[in-house]
Design a protein around this ligand. Structure first.
Ligand SMILES: Nc1nc2c(ncn2[C@@H]2O[C@H](COP(=O)(O)OP(=O)(O)OP(=O)(O)O)[C@@H](O)[C@H]2O)c(=O)[nH]1
Ligand SMILES: [Mg+2]
Length: 196
């Protein structure tokens, strides 16, 4: 599946302008700068099909990437980006919620957190909201290359505990977009949900 040619399709801010829901899709959510766009590049084996930056707030729209004729990967703008004015942030929150709730062909939401930090209040709210709405999601932990394997395992255990407290049990996968650890596992997870 992932050996097919990827193509950038479009950017949009609202559900109504998303491509026709004829093939399944998977989206990437999480705070700004956590590594969502870099992960899409790693999954698609492209250096810069998705634009990345070391400055938070790079991705400002939903960006659609089509893999062969099979499925879409959707890069979402990060949240928690302070520079965006409050009004705009609220509007954006509403757009994203309606996308997450109502997009018919959305098979899986991949929520990215930084492996070096505990999940934030916003992350926890997101987990809770996904579970309440019975949306299939998984937690991916980025930048695992920046800490020891031991620390990665500790972080993973912490995320599992946080989820457990909310009675949520979902896959948790640490990875690195830099050294590609975990990338195959994420591809397998995506395939599983796409074929469902
Ligand atoms: N070491 C390391 N750096 C990473 C990894 N993933 C992303 N980065 C770096 O983190 C920074 C942010 O990455 P992006 O992919 O642009 O983050 P984003 O989540 O798309 O950010 P927004 O578009 O602002 O929401 C960039 O400097 C990346 O090079 C990783 O797995 N390891
Ligand atoms: Mg981005």
């Amino acid at each position: 599946m992932f050996n097919q040619k990827p193509a950038f399709i479009k950017s949009t801010t609202v559900l109504e302008e998303c491509p026709p829901p004829e093939i399944p899709e998977v989206c990437f959510a999480g705070r700004s700068n956590v590594g969502k766009s870099s992960l899409i590049n790693a999954l698609l084996n492209k250096k810069k099909i998705a634009r990345t930056s070391n400055v938070p707030g790079k991705t400002q729209q939903m960006n659609y990437y089509k893999v062969g004729d099979d499925f879409y990967l959707v890069d979402l703008p990060g949240y928690g980006y302070a520079k965006v004015p409050k009004k705009e942030r609220e509007r954006w929150g509403q757009n994203i919620r309606s996308y997450l709730m109502d997009r018919q062909n959305l098979k899986l939401v991949l929520h990215v957190v930084d492996a070096r930090h505990d999940p934030s209040r916003l992350d926890e709210d997101f987990f809770y909201w996904m579970a309440m709405n019975e949306k299939p999601f998984s937690v991916l932990m980025s930048k695992a290359d920046k800490i020891s394997r031991n620390k990665v395992n500790q972080s993973k255990a912490k995320v599992r505990r946080v989820l457990k407290e909310m009675n949520i049990e979902v896959p948790i996968i640490p990875y690195s977009a830099d050294n590609r650890d975990g990338i195959e596992e994420i591809r397998s997870l995506i395939k599983e949900f796409i074929n469902h």
